[in-house]
Design a protein around this ligand. Structure first.
Ligand code: F6R
Length: 364
C-alpha cells in the first residue's frame, strides 16, 4: 500500500535513499569498497563499441551512462531510443556489445531492439528491475536494479537505481581497462556511498521544492537546462513534468539555448537549471545570465560553492549537498522528480495514473 503517503509516486520518491543504497550494496563490495560486477558477456578491454538503448526515463538513465562510460572507461558509445535504433540500421561491429535499460523488462521497443542487436551478433547486457522479465531472460547478463516494485506510472526510484548500476558499471569497466587510477576509483566509490544520506537530507526539506512548485504550477511552458551528465537530467525533469502535470516542458543542453529556445524566454517561462559547481558551472551560468537578461525567471539547483555566482541573477537558488560532479546526476534527479510531483498535486492531476499512459508499454 501507500502507507502514510498520498500517492505511490510520493512513497516511491521517498524510497530513493534506500533503493540507491541497496543497489550500490549489490555492486560494491563492502569490505574492499571496490566495484564487484558479475562476469560481463564481453571483454571491456577489447569491446569496440557499446550501443545503449532504452525508452523514456530508462533511456535518459542510459544517456547519463554514456557520459560516464565514455569519460571513465574510454569505450565508444552510441545511445539512441529503442524506437529509433530499431529502424536506423547502424553499423554494428563484430564483438560489439549492447546495453539495455528497463524498469519493467517488457517494453516492446526495447525488446525488439534487444532481439535485433542480438541477431547482429552483439552481446547483450541489461539493467532491469524485474528479475523474471522477458528482457532479463533474453539477455546474456542482467544487472538487476534493487528498486522493488514501482507502482506509480512515472518512473522515480527505478531511475536512480538504474543510474547507480550504470555508475558501478562505468567504474568497473574503467578498472578493467586501466583508465582509472585507484585513488580516483576510491573517491568515486566514496561519493556513491554518500548518496543515500545526501538523498535523505534532500527529501527532508520539502518546503523549498514546494515553494518552487507553486510558481511552476502557474506556467504553461518550462525550460530545463543542464550540461554534460546533467543534460539528461534536465530532460528527465521535463519528461516528468509533462507526463504528470501536463505542463509543456523541454529539457535542453544549456549551450544550445542560444540556438533557438532563447526566443521563448519571458517572465512566464520558468528556466530550471541544473548547475552544481564543477568545470561546467561557469559556462552554464553565462547561458543563464543571457536568459535572465531577457526577463527569464531562473531557478537554479546548485551546491554551496556554486550558489554565490548564481544568486547574482537567479530568482531562486536551491542549494543541494556538495557531491563529486560524477555523481551529481543521481542527486539532481531527485529534486526535479519531486518538483514534478508537487506541481502535479497542485494542479490536481491523477499523479499515479496520468492520462494516456501505461506503466509497461508492451506495444510498439
Ligand atoms: C517516465 C516513464 C517512462 C518509462 C518508459 C520505459 O516516467 O516511466 O518513460 O521510463 O516507458 O519503461 P521501462 O523502463 O519499463 O522499459
Amino acid at each position: 500500500g501507500k502507507g502514510n503517503y498520498r500517492h505511490f509516486m510520493e512513497k516511491e520518491l521517498h524510497e530513493h535513499p534506500v533503493v540507491i543504497g541497496e543497489t550500490l550494496r549489490q555492486y560494491i563490495d563492502s569490505t574492499t569498497r571496490r566495484v564487484a560486477l558479475p562476469p560481463l558477456p564481453f571483454d571491456p578491454l577489447v569491446v569496440p563499441k557499446l550501443t545503449i538503448t532504452a525508452c523514456g526515463s530508462a533511456f535518459l538513465a542510459g544517456l547519463v551512462g554514456r557520459y560516464w562510460i565514455e569519460s571513465l572507461a574510454r569505450i565508444p558509445v552510441d545511445a539512441d531510443t529503442a524506437s529509433e535504433l530499431r529502424y536506423r540500421d547502424p553499423p554494428l561491429p563484430e564483438g560489439g556489445a549492447a546495453l539495455l535499460v528497463s524498469q519493467s523488462g517488457e517494453t516492446a521497443d526495447t525488446m525488439a531492439a534487444l532481439r535485433l542487436l542480438k541477431g547482429a551478433g552483439q552481446s547483450i547486457l541489461s539493467v532491469v528491475n524485474v528479475d523474471e522479465s522477458s528482457m532479463a531472460r533474453e539477455s546474456d547478463t542482467t544487472l538487476l536494479t534493487v528498486a522493488g516494485p514501482e507502482i506509480g506510472v512515472a518512473s522515480t526510484k527505478a531511475f536512480t537505481a538504474q543510474l547507480s548500476v550504470l555508475a558501478c558499471l562505468a567504474i568497473g569497466m574503467a578498472r578493467a581497462r586501466g583508465t582509472i587510477d585507484a585513488a580516483r576509483e576510491a573517491a568515486l566509490i566514496a561519493a556513491l556511498l554518500e548518496l543515500p544520506s545526501d538523498a535523505a537530507a534532500l527529501l527532508d526539506d520539502n518546503a523549498t521544492i514546494q515553494a518552487l512548485a507553486v510558481e511552476v504550477a502557474e506556467a504553461r511552458d518550462v525550460l530545463f537546462l543542464g550540461r554534460g551528465n546533467l543534460y539528461p537530467i534536465a530532460m528527465e525533469g521535463a519528461l516528468k513534468l509533462k507526463e504528470i502535470s501536463y505542463i509543456h516542458a523541454e529539457g535542453y543542453a544549456a549551450g544550445e539555448m542560444k540556438h533557438g529556445p532563447i526566443a521563448l524566454i519571458d517572465p512566464a517561462v520558468p528556466v530550471i537549471a541544473l548547475c552544481p559547481s564543477g568545470p561546467l558551472l561557469e559556462k552554464t551560468a553565462s547561458n543563464l545570465q543571457e536568459a535572465a537578461a531577457r526577463g527569464g525567471r531562473i531557478m537554479a539547483f546548485t551546491d554551496a560553492e556554486g550558489a554565490p555566482a548564481l544568486r547574482r541573477f537567479a530568482q531562486h537558488v536551491i542549494v543541494l549537498p556538495t557531491v563529486d560532479p560524477f555523481v551529481a546526476p543521481i542527486l539532481h534527479a531527485i529534486p526535479v522528480q519531486l518538483l514534478a510531483y508537487h506541481v502535479a498535486v497542485l494542479r490536481g492531476t491523477d499523479v499515479d495514473q496520468p492520462r494516456n499512459l501505461a506503466k509497461s508499454v508492451t506495444v510498439e
